[in-house]
Design a protein around this ligand. Structure first.
Ligand code: PEP
Length: 250
């Protein structure tokens, strides 16, 4: 099964408009030929500009979040329709920073997934265990329940719009990376878990990407694992050169 290869940048709450513009100017100049899909998730304030700037290039601009309601009195929030109105077709849901700092639990994430799919958006759904889960040997169970609670009500067609990002929380922004073996083992488990409910044809078609301190010097060994279909990159995506090196590693 030929799954889509994906390298996605998560810029979190970094880069203002001028900084994003500088990034795109150099990034477009240096963009390597690749079979990977290149996704970049800037802050809301840069989405429209980023979309306009990259529209003639093989770069997809992605949102970092959406609200689960279609519209309403939700001060400070952004809806799927609003994202689509500025060209955005895909959204990150379930990032550990949203789970941890904004109290987003599985039930809410399920609602957000439903809203995204209803609005014909694609989803990068993030899962991953905390250090304490791994230390206690619970990491497989934690990831399984994150998948089951937010995604297992979907149908097989819905799964065509889902990418899974496995991001062990202990590896995000810490400089500590899962070993290629730890990551491969979890990616294979995720695929088997999906296959158990939806069948292997569906599971084999879902891209599962790894996130957690992906850097130019560890990207090749991670991406060469059979069940790792690319990466979700935070810190190392903020600099053009390091992000380009990671793209080249796929
Ligand atoms: C992330 O934010 O999704 C991430 C993986 O960050 P970092 O690459 O900085 O660990």
């Amino acid at each position: 099964m030929l799954r889509k290869k994906i390298i996605a940048a998560n810029w979190k709450m970094y880069k203002d408009l001028a900084e994003a513009n500088d990034f795109f100017t150099f990034f477009i100049e240096k963009l390597p030929k690749t079979k990977a899909e290149i996704l970049i998730a800037p802050s809301f304030t840069c989405l429209w500009h980023a979309f306009e700037t990259t529209r003639d290039y093989p770069i997809e601009i992605v949102a970092q979040n959406l609200h689960q309601a279609n519209q309403g009195a939700y001060t400070g929030e952004v809806s799927a329709a609003q994202l689509k109105s500025v060209g955005i077709q895909r959204v990150l849901i379930g990032h550990s920073e949203r789970r941890e700092y904004f109290g987003e639990n599985d039930a809410l994430l399920k609602e957000k997934v439903n809203t995204a799919l209803k609005n014909e958006m694609n989803v990068i759904f993030c899962v991953g265990e905390k250090l304490s889960d791994r230390k206690s040997g619970n990491h497989f169970e934690v990831v399984k329940s994150q998948l089951q609670n937010a995604l297992f009500h979907l149908n097989k067609t819905d799964w065509k719009h889902i990418v899974i990002a496995y991001e062990p929380v202990w590896a995000i922004g810490t400089g500590e990376t899962a070993t290629p073996q730890q990551a491969q083992e979890m990616h294979q488990f995720i695929r088997q878990t999906i296959a158990g409910t939806f069948g292997s044809a569906t599971a084999d078609a879902v891209s599962v990407i790894y996130g957690g301190s992906v850097k130019p010097d560890n990207a090749v060994s991670l991406f060469s694992q059979p069940d790792i279909d690319g990466g979700l990159v935070g810190g190392a995506s903020l600099e053009v050169d390091s992000f380009i090196e990671i793209i080249k590693a796929l």
